[in-house]
Design a protein around this ligand. Structure first.
Ligand SMILES: Cc1cc2nc3c(=O)[nH]c(=O)nc-3n(C[C@H](O)[C@H](O)[C@H](O)COP(=O)(O)O)c2cc1C
Length: 182
């Protein structure tokens, strides 16, 4: 269903990052080309090597790495152009805030700003963060700009709290991706 589609998966620094391993694997099995872009903080939770092994492709973590290595195809532009869909999961409060305000200080946010493809945001965070008025405002603003949202769900969170902020399950994310890009 996703054969020939390029799905860019942006992974941010949240505990739910480990669940994205199974999403990347499922996307590959569904025939998609999967480009993974990780923030610096995402790499504290899961290693690029894990995503590289599961996607069968180099994982992108650094805005300047490719050009500094002498590759003149600029990563964020090439990634933005090739993506049929960008999915950011887990999307942290930090990245929502940056995107809502047009900030582009790392490879993921810069790629999103450069892209014309639809962007699906899959937030995951502590309930207090999700309910924070600034985050609410950022979510509203992102919706107005055309960003799509999936979740978060209510439930038990890794921090021990219960409430809104739990990342939508990878299987549901896959179904949403198939609906948008399939
Ligand atoms: C153990 C741990 C878990 C975290 N989980 C989340 C999370 O689920 N959602 C979130 O928005 N921030 C979470 N944070 C905070 C982010 O890692 C922090 O805001 C960071 O700056 C995000 O960077 P990034 O958005 O560039 O990946 C967590 C931090 C720690 C130490």
């Amino acid at each position: 269903m996703l054969k020939g589609k390029t799905i860019l998966v942006g992974v941010c620094g949240g505990i739910a990052a480990y669940k994205i391993c199974s999403l990347v694997s499922a996307l590959k099995q569904a025939g998609a080309v999967v480009d993974v872009v990780m923030t610096q903080n995402a790499q504290k939770f899961v290693t690029p090597l894990t995503f590289q092994s599961l996607s069968g492709r180099l994982v992108h973590t650094d805005m300047f790495a490719a050009v500094e290595a002498g590759n003149w195809e600029i990563d964020h532009i090439a990634l933005a152009k090739s993506a049929d869909l960008i999915v950011i999961a887990p999307a942290t409060a930090n990245v929502l805030g940056k995107l809502a305000n047009g900030l582009a200080d790392d490879l993921l946010t810069t790629t999103v700003l450069a892209a014309k493809a639809p962007v699906l945001l899959v937030p995951a965070m502590n309930t207090g963060m999700w309910e924070n008025a600034i985050v609410r405002d950022n979510v509203k603003k992102l919706g107005k700009f055309g960003f799509r949202f999936l979740g978060p769900a209510k439930g038990k969170l890794a921090c021990g709290d219960s409430g809104s902020g739990r990342m939508t399950a990878p299987e549901e994310i896959l179904e949403a991706i198939k609906k948008i890009a399939g």
